[in-house]
Design a protein around this ligand. Sequence first.
Ligand code: AMP
Length: 125
Amino acid sequence: MPYAYDDQNIFAKILRGEIPNSTVADTEHTLAFRDIAPKAPEHILVIPKGPYVTADHFANEASEAEIADFWRTLGKIVIEIGVDEEGKGHRLIANAGVDGVQEVPHFHMHILAGRPMGPMLLMRD
Ligand code: AMP
């Protein structure tokens, strides 16, 4: 499957420093920042710095170093923000494409925490 990356998407602009962000972590291959419209008390987006559209694009084409850095960074953030203390947990979401209702076509993992998240999905016709 071809993955066409649009370098005018808003996260590409954040990575180029054209748009400000509220940075949580900044490593060689990964940036994490607060969601501008949080859906939970903690809502952080973790993105690779490389031009990947979706999680599967990243998984299929990123280097081992990029993949390791992404997940290590995400793991450290979850520990640092302390949301899993007392076993309360959190939710990770990665939307992809039209059916996944992805707004920004640069792979990002949502970390959501700080309240019960409710059912995973509601079944609809
Ligand atoms: P998705 O629907 O998975 O593509 O989610 C995109 C997310 O990006 C949404 O939760 C938006 O609130 C968030 N977002 C859009 N623009 C910005 C921005 N400039 N800074 C931080 N988060 C943003």
